[in-house]
Design a protein around this ligand. Structure first.
Ligand code: AMP
Ligand code: MG
Length: 485
């Protein structure tokens, strides 16, 4: 059984609305993540598929849960929206596992809440399958992320541009506290609840700074480090979140709110996948400045909680942001260097290597993921192979690169193996996800199951799944991914 301990639901009422999940006509389990379930519960859950479908569609309440929809605000594409909140999600509660780790259990697509505004609170199958695959892949690729415990069909259509099968995703995160949660209270000048939120968040995620007089700035630093670590990890994987609004940025530093996100195929600094991101605000390379922009919004929220007056407090917060920026740039560079086989301290000349390699990929429209894997093959070859385009530019790069990686005094085979630990073979490619969704809409989940198995070992070659390693053919190209609504 899950052991629930719902601390968020014991916060003041301004933090959430109590709501029950909507009933659905005929829930059917698509996927149960039993490995994750084992990590969350004290002993193996003994539910039948029918019971799982009932519980994780919202038809039946798990004992000990206390469902609430959380209030938050946020900057969406740069504009402040004072009231967002869980419009199609419901926090069932927090479960505590045998190692005393605490996780939020949340249903997504479980019906309307007081925060739904014009929306129906439901989720079509497509976004549920997408989030399941991408969040689990992110976890197995090694980055902090919300995870997916279950996907259930509701047996009820959801109306978008057409009728689609409805589904509910159960997601698990270390919390759902966002920068936008701080903005919710700060914008209302509700400093009492803002302080309650800060204390609660510190207690939950950063207990080591509890009671410190300068806790607000220490908190900014902690969140900044984790978000910088996360976004530099996205950059290294060619991941584009797509909607880095402040309401989609967790203060626990996990990837949350998978909507129109994608792993890049052909490399471009300016790549955008989301059709709602017309201005390219959240393009691949913009993710670094944007994470800092978002953290500045968090810093503004923390200003009234600083012990100093604002004239003194502003430069303290700004200093912290400047040091986060330095950290972000350093980590992004180090991660790119590891992908290139540079494992000792990267020096200034290595910046040029990274830049030249990425410019080459961009100019030649090469696949980001495959190209790093291919490059690793070249460490130990004395001649360049046939697929290698014979341009002088690449040869010049490779000569320089090989000299650099060989300086480390490592065996070429070891360099290759270590590079491969940073360069996945398998990523959840967008066109493959689209094929999974199309089949799912027809009631066929075999591709979904195949892909989710495969993505459990993304860094290992796996026989027979070559098509998952390739970029899309022209007829398979997906120009946009659509918002998860
Ligand atoms: P997102 O950009 O997907 O994170 O969502 C932004 C806001 O819109 C959040 O407050 C969501 O809860 C809300 N929202 C998105 N889709 C729906 C929906 N189908 N029904 C109600 N609210 C929604
Ligand atoms: Mg969101």
């Amino acid at each position: 059984m899950f052991r629930f301990d719902n601390t968020y639901a014991r916060l003041p009422e301004a933090f959430y609305a109590r709501v029950a999940a909507a009933r659905v006509p005929s829930p059917r389990l698509i996927k149960w993540n039993s490995e994750l379930a084992d990590e969350l519960s004290r002993e193996r859950l003994q539910y039948t598929e029918e019971e799982l479908a009932d519980y994780f569609s919202g038809n039946r309440e798990l004992q000990g849960s206390d469902p609430i929809a959380l209030a938050y605000a946020g900057h969406q594409f740069g504009s402040f929206v004072p009231s967002l909140g869980d419009g199609r999600a419901l926090l069932l509660g927090e479960v505590v596992n045998s190692r005393e780790q605490r996780f939020d259990l949340q249903l997504k697509g479980s019906g309307r809440t007081p925060f739904s505004r014009g929306g129906d609170g439901k989720a079509p199958l497509g976004p549920v399958l997408r989030e399941y695959l991408v969040s689990e892949a992110m976890h197995h690729l090694g980055l902090p992320t919300s995870r997916s415990l279950a996907a259930v069909l509701t047996g009820e259509p959801v109306y978008r541009d057409r009728a689609l099968p409805g589904a509910v995703l159960t997601r698990v995160a270390s919390s759902h506290i966002r920068i936008g949660t701080f903005e919710y209270f700060a914008s209302r000048q509700d400093h009492e609840n803002l302080k309650t939120l800060l204390d609660y968040t510190i207690q939950r995620h950063y207990p080591e700074i509890r009671g410190e007089p300068d806790a607000p700035v220490l908190f900014l630093g902690k969140v900044g480090r984790l978000q910088a670590e996360l976004v530099s990890g996205w950059m290294a994987l060619g991941f584009i979140h797509g909607v880095m609004n402040t309401d989609n940025m967790s203060v626990a530093g996990e990837t949350i709110d998978y909507g129109p996100c994608a792993f890049m195929d052909e490399f471009s600094h300016d790549r955008v996948y989301s059709f709602i991101d017309q201005g390219g605000r959240y393009a691949y390379s913009s993710q670094m400045p944007i994470v800092l922009w978002n953290l500045s919004r968090l810093a503004e929220c923390l200003l009234p909680l600083m012990p100093q007056d604002s004239k003194e407090a502003v430069p303290i917060l700004e200093n912290e942001l400047a040091s986060t920026q330095e950290f972000l740039e350093r980590r992004a560079h180090e991660k790119m260097c590891s992908k290139l086989g540079i494992f000792d301290s990267p020096g200034p000349q290595d910046k040029k290597l990274v830049k030249d390699w990425l410019s080459y990929l961009e100019r030649e429209n090469l696949d980001f993921t495959q190209s790093f894997r291919n490059l690793a093959e070249l460490v130990s070859l004395s001649n360049y192979p046939g697929w290698f385009s014979p341009g002088n530019e690449l040869k010049e790069f490779c000569d320089r690169w090989r000299r650099r990686v060989m300086q480390q005094g490592l065996d070429p085979e070891e360099i290759k193996n270590r590079m491969n630990e940073h360069n996945p073979v398998f990523i959840p490619r967008n066109h493959k996800i689209e094929q999974v969704i199309e089949a799912g809409n027809q009631g066929d989940f075999s591709l979904f199951h195949e892909m989710s198995e495969l993505l459990k070992n993304p860094y290992q070659e796996q026989e027979g799944f070559n098509s998952y390693t390739l970029p899309p053919r022209p007829e398979e190209m997906v120009a946009n991914t659509f918002c998860g609504t």
